[in-house]
Design a protein around this ligand. Structure first.
Ligand code: PLP
Length: 341
């Protein structure tokens, strides 16, 4: 397989059109057999459910080359399951989970030339998504849907070295109790755009969202879950029904316990205890973990002891172990790496 001639280290994180994408349509209560296509443009009704009432959900995952040259995806079954949960919450049909994994592998295989080589730090980002495509004017679920997956190569996240983030406690809320914070839906992102732009205008990298009911507990950022490390090396992640269950975070908690022998706990994390933590990181597919150096709560600065220079020691171990597993350098738990054939 001849690779595309891309400058892998410098492609950044943007959309680059690749050769093939997967499409399946849902009509009259059934999904069609699905297919790969080179057609990247789509035509839908001006009154499509997605355009009028934002009936759309998505996933984000990566394919990459391991040290021994295999092309793999990471825990795609969990993306399939999470997308099924998202679909049910928005009254959309579930795309069968085995077919989801198959379609991810097919899309990856069809775009092998865009899977960055091992060691480049770049990966092939995969974006499965589904939307209501038939006309909807009275408020109700659409009758027809389209499921698609496209692939786009993305550059290394920590280009030019790790730089801990400065985040701020947001005055905006991300998710209501019993709302949609736990599903991966475009609507959660549409309403976060004003909050993130505001944070950026104020000089911060990210928002820390609190629980909307009491504003005392830490939830997550716009697109990543929190991990905290206590001064006695316990790894803690906030527990809440309105957090999106990050696959990276769940994998890191497993790695902390089973590979590093650390104590782990999922529990309510209070704003007022942040100053007690030794390390803080943001977990998601894009970066695996981004270290947080400083949290600013309305002018009050909480500086993590790990500082603004590098990852903290536990964060670094977690990062090295999980990326080691992903790259095939450390043995993966059964089923975590799924190879294309
Ligand atoms: C996608 C997402 C994450 C990260 O999830 P991963 O499965 O680790 O990529 C975290 N929070 C939100 C709100 C997300 O949408």
């Amino acid at each position: 397989m001849e690779k595309k001639n891309l400058d892998w280290a410098n492609i950044g994180f943007g959309y680059i059109k690749t050769d093939q994408r997967y499409v399946s349509n849902y009509k009259a209560g059934v999904w069609d057999e699905g297919r790969l296509t080179d057609e990247d443009m789509l035509t839908i009704s001006e009154c499509a459910g997605v355009l009028q009432y934002a009936q759309t959900i998505f996933e984000g995952m990566k394919a990459y080359t391991t040290e021994d040259g295999r092309i793999v995806t990471f825990r795609p079954d969990l993306n399939a399951a999470r997308m099924a949960d998202s679909a049910k919450r928005l009254e959309m049909p579930v795309f069968p989970q085995e077919r989801f994994v198959e379609a991810v592998l097919k899309t990856t295989a069809a775009n092998q030339a865009y899977v960055p080589p091992f060691g480049s730090g770049a990966t092939l980002y995969l974006r499965p998504y589904m939307f209501g495509s038939s006309p909807v004017i009275g408020v109700k679920p659409a009758e027809e849907y389209q499921f698609r997956i496209f692939a786009t190569p993305v550059g290394p996240y920590f280009k030019g070295g790790v730089k801990p983030l400065t985040i701020c406690v947001s005055d905006f809320d991300r998710a209501a109790p019993h709302g949609t914070g736990h599903i991966k839906a475009g609507l959660n992102y549409a309403m976060s755009l004003h909050a993130i732009q505001t944070a950026h205008r104020n000089g911060f990298d990210e928002n820390m969202y609190l629980d909307a009911a009491t504003r005392t507990r830490v939830e997550e950022t716009g697109g990543a879950n929190f991990l905290f490390v206590t001064r006695d090396n316990k790894v803690i992640t906030p527990k809440s029904d309105s957090i999106l269950p990050s696959i990276t975070r769940r994998s890191l908690m497993y790695v902390a316990k089973e590979y590093l022998g650390l104590e782990t706990e999922e529990r309510a994390v209070y704003l007022e205890e942040l100053a007690d933590f030794a390390e803080c990181g943001l977990c998601g597919t894009a970066a695996v973990i981004s270290p947080v150096g400083k949290i600013v709560d309305h002018g009050k600065e909480i500086c993590l002891p790990s500082g603004m220079g590098d990852m903290g020691p536990i964060t670094k171990k977690l990062y090295d172990t999980l990326t080691g597993i992903q790259m095939g350098r450390i043995e993966a738990p059964k089923g975590w790496l799924v190879e294309i054939n």
